[in-house]
Design a protein around this ligand. Sequence first.
Ligand code: ADQ
Length: 506
Amino acid sequence: MAALFRAAFPDERFVVVSNREPYEHRWGEYVGEVEVHRPAGGLTSALDPLMQAVGGVWIAWGSGDADGAAVDAHDRVRVPPEEPSYTLRRVWLDQRDIHGYYLGYSNQFLWPMCHLRPELTRARSRYWERYRRVNRRFAEAVLEETSGTTAAVWFQDYHLALAPMFVRARRPDLSLAHFWHIPWPPFEIFRVTPQARELLQGLLANDLMGFQLPSFGAHFLHCAAELLGAEVDWETGEATYAGHTCRVRAFPISIDVGAFQEAASVPGTEGRVTKLRERYVRDEGQLGVGVDRMDYSKGLPEKLKALDLLWERYPEFRERFTFVQVAVPSRTDIEAYDDLTHKVERLTWEINDRYGTAEWRPIHLIKRSLSTDGLAPLYRAADVCIVSSLQDGMNLVAKEFVACQDQDDPGVLLLSRFTGAFEELTGSVEVNPYDPEEFARRIRDALTMPHSERVSRLQEMRQGLRTIYDWMADIFEVWGALHRAGPIPLTAPALPPKPPTAEWPG
Ligand code: ADQ
């Protein structure tokens, strides 16, 4: 992967910019003791080896309570601690920044708006002011770290929509790319944003703008044309604004498939799978699993409703099918998340009260985070995995489940059609979380699916399963070609030539 980056950018300094940092320093139990934590997360764990191989700088929010004590006078620390190979440059946020930029504008405006939930947005001028200010701070860190050198700067996600514009204004020579991990909404939703134009200006300052799906890229271009008057070339997926051209492409993200396959097949896994089944399933019963952040985009109440209907309409599954939902608490300082947690707990309690017996509990709600080594046996032990997102840029859980299956006796993936992953995982069983009765029927069908169909569906999904390294390679190839101003390779899915036009059924 490092070679691919270097082939694209032989002399440039590599700079990654993200909200979350790959290493966090925290005070330990004893006075003066500092511990280093690696925050769990697919992206940070996939980019870290790349950074280690390429070198360069990773700029991120210093969120650990001992982060300040670990850096030098320039807010830099070399990582990984055991064998330093790149620089982590920390940006500091105070409580008002966290409240306004992170919990406010990023997670109470952009997140719900991009997930088609405008009624959950909270537009506050103080959130926006902080978002702008913090983005400027990230941009200043980029300018300092690239001073006197050429560089390829890669921004991650919706926390940093303005930073590219601030960087471009001062360093037009740098090569800038951005990956937007969540959906980009249709124009009709995006235009509720009071700062719609500034956000678009911020992102169009990139040379390359990556989305999970072609449709998100098409929505973005549509917004740029309508709200900014950007000149859009629908054939090539380019938007020109203020004399600068930004190329828009889809790059569906994935997981480290090998790491999950290995975690699911190392010695000891079979024993853990057996233990899990003994713990949750009676006799020859079946096990279902869900793994989500506790987030309203993931459709947890809808999943519970479908399970409720399953046990109501098809009583043969009572005491024979148990569901384990792992839901890691997320953004707990935000009211909508607190409300969701209460709702999920209440629904779980009601279902367990309705169908549970002295020996059997239908739903086990586990509200904590598990490591890859904890998740892999759970995925492998499951007969079905249910992903019920109402909107989801990609959904990595679906891919993790596929990677962990035993190809001779696989489980079945029930996957919401509103996830990006659904486009690739054609062997999954489609579910519509807004249609509870049909959803319940699909769970029943999955639980009674013949062995041969389970195997062929897994094979189909494995064929479509690419890795996070393929994702990076595609991005570097397109980005490098743009940098050299050569022809753009079409290794990544191209955008549809035009926004979809409505047609009456014949
Ligand atoms: P998320 O909304 O966080 O990501 P997802 O893609 O499912 O959603 O990734 C979640 C990750 O967290 C997975 O790797 C999963 O294993 C892990 N996880 C979730 N619950 C967990 C638990 N209880 N214990 C341990 N790990 C848990 C955003 C977008 C997605 C997009 C990703 C990557 O919303 O659509 O796929 O970024 O671009």
